[in-house]
Design a protein around this ligand. Structure first.
Ligand SMILES: C[S@@+](CC[C@H](N)C(=O)[O-])C[C@H]1O[C@@H](n2cnc3c(N)ncnc32)[C@H](O)[C@@H]1O
Length: 288
């Protein structure tokens, strides 16, 4: 990824662990150590699929690109809905490739590219439709990163092509306050088949530019004390994203609804946006 962790990535007991063990690895939650856990926790989710499939069906795409695809969950569902004939998954996580290729083993017309979309070396395809599952837009946590994402999407889409993704409705940012420093520990089975506990914490600071930090700790005996993990996001809202997208050459053509059903945000509504690429953006982001 092009962006370092930023200031104050850790909080509470996770910060205390790092202070006590300054050499403990601080990894992306999308790295291998956390993949076995996220396979159990996140991959079965489907709450976002119906809205994305409805929007995708409206534009009858040929080439569909899933941006931040992880294991390809969304592409897998779109293919089962008969949407698109060529499917490409993009992700900056090396672990994503392995699980994507496992999921689609033996299938044709589907491929994975390892790319950081905020600093791509090349545009991976000319796409009719770009999709993003879950609330992946929140991974692009600075205004520069959001602009970079939208510039990338615009560049990749053929003229008149579409992007479909979810963003929290405006009032939801305030609801995140309730998640201040909640913590728990849950068991999971790691890649070698061993049962482990993963400690999870979440913290949201509305007044700190909607900063959402999710911290993780897995204890290992053989790599004592273990590893810390981090997801750092910004909770974007519909008004913010639509304004930025409009400024970057997109128009909003449809909105659908998807309601989160896991991970502490259960019941919170997202707008599923369908954006159409119109003219070239007035100020394309430089590729850095
Ligand atoms: C919240 S997860 C969602 C995964 C998947 N879209 C889904 O709905 O199941 C966000 C994904 O975006 C990827 N990602 C974040 N920033 C990225 C970037 N700059 N370029 C490419 N992928 C990125 C992460 O590696 C991660 O797999």
């Amino acid at each position: 990824m092009s962006e370092p962790w930023g200031d104050e990535p850790l909080f509470g007991p996770f910060l205390a662990i790092q202070r006590q063990f300054p050499d403990i690895p601080l990894l992306s939650y999308y790295d291998a150590d956390f993949f076995a856990y996220s396979r159990e926790a996140a991959w079965p989710q489907e709450w976002d699929v119906p809205a994305l499939a409805r929007l995708a069906a409206r534009v009858a795409p040929h080439t569909v690109v899933d941006v931040g695809c992880s294991d390809g969950r969304i592409l897998w569902h779109l293919r089962r809905h008969g949407i698109g004939s060529r499917h490409i998954g993009l992700d900056a996580s090396a672990s994503a490739r392995k699980s994507f290729e496992e999921r689609f083993a033996g299938e044709t017309g589907v491929s994975f590219r390892h790319v950081d979309v905020t600093a791509p070396e090349e545009t991976p395809a000319e796409a009719d439709l770009a999709v993003m599952g879950s609330v992946t837009v929140n991974s692009f946590r600075t205004r520069e990163q959001l602009a970079g994402l939208l510039g990338f999407l615009h560049h990749m889409l053929r003229s008149g092509g579409h992007a479909a993704f979810l963003v929290y409705q405006d009032h939801v940012a305030d609801l995140f306050r309730a998640l201040g420093r909640a913590m728990d520990a849950v068991p999971f089975t790691d890649d070698s088949g061993r049962r482990r506990l993963i400690w999870r914490g979440i913290d949201f600071r509305l007044e700190h530019d909607h900063d959402l930090r999710q911290n993780y700790f897995i204890q290992y005996d053989d790599r004592f004390p273990g590893v810390l993990g981090l997801v750092r996001e910004r909770v974007w809202t519909t008004s913010e994203v639509v304004a930025e997208a409009t400024a970057r050459g997109f128009e909003l053509v449809a909105k659908d609804l998807a309601v989160v059903d896991d991970g502490g945000a259960e019941g919170w509504p997202c707008d599923a946006l369908l954006l159409r690429a119109t003219h070239r953006p007035a100020h394309p982001e430089p590729r850095t």
